[in-house]
Design a binder for this molecule. Structure first.
Ligand code: SAH
Length: 223
């Protein structure tokens, strides 16, 4: 369906994107690298063409398999908390539209490993990804994010983009000492954004931030 669409980034889109960046600034996003990445990546490429004119509104949109692309503010907020550094090894849970993945990849990490549990989403999104953007530092996986990727661990940064009922112990294990995880925790309507830093002695330091509303992080993967 997406294959036939026109992936052009017009002046109109660029203008709308600039306005969105101003809105993100007004809402408190200060990390210039994050704002720059979001100004560069055309969000409308990651949505059905029907949303072309409204892709830069600060809202979520439906993607395949009853999932959603996160609000731009949420993407900016989580990415800012994660403090990506050049050369980082990053793990993302919840590939979804690949938009957040691409923003991470643009910030210069060595690798972004991203896991999706919905087979349909995983296959469709990847099939068309090369029309949208091509980042050689992204590796896609179909699987259950609760388990992470032990083979590629440990990670400098871990980002969860779905509502986690609890902090998955296997993901904590896969975090490097000095590494950080950003995770929206709690079931139900709202989740509290949490940043967990693994200290050099292995102890965990937790910081709490604002409330958000994500689709649920679910166990297992679909066929
Ligand atoms: N970062 C995405 C967010 C998509 S919504 C974007 O901005 O487009 C959250 C995604 O997490 C959904 O695609 C959902 O299928 C996926 N997800 C939920 N539980 C998961 C799990 N246990 N492992 C991997 N992905 C999961």
């Amino acid at each position: 369906m997406q294959k036939k669409r026109d992936y052009s980034d017009t002046y109109r889109h660029k203008g709308m994107r600039k306005k969105l960046i101003e809105t993100l600034r007004e809402k408190g996003i200060t990390d210039e690298a994050v704002l720059e990445a979001m100004n560069k990546i055309p969000r409308h490429f990651f949505l059905e063409s029907a949303f072309d004119e409204i892709a830069y509104e600060n809202r979520a949109f439906p993607i395949s398999a009853d999932q959603t692309i996160s609000h731009p503010y949420t993407v900016a907020y989580q990415t800012q908390l994660l403090q990506i550094k050049k050369g980082d090894k990053v793990l993302e849970i919840g590939t979804g539209s690949i938009y957040q993945t691409t923003i991470l990849a643009e910030l210069g990490p060595q690798w972004v490993y991203t896991i999706e549990r919905q087979k349909k989403l995983y296959e469709e999104q990847q099939e068309y990804y090369h029309f949208k953007r091509n980042y050689p530092n992204i590796k896609f996986f179909f699987g259950d994010g609760f388990k992470g990727l032990p083979t590629y661990a440990p990670f400098d940064k871990i980002l969860i983009t779905a509502a986690a009922p609890f902090v998955p112990p296997m993901l904590i294990e896969q975090l490097k000492p000095g590494g950080m995880m950003v995770i929206p925790v709690n079931e139900g309507e709202a989740q509290r954004m949490m940043r967990i830093t693994k200290l050099s002695d292995g102890r965990l330091q937790e910081e709490l931030f604002d409330e958000f509303s994500f689709v649920p992080m679910l166990q297992g993967k679909t066929d």
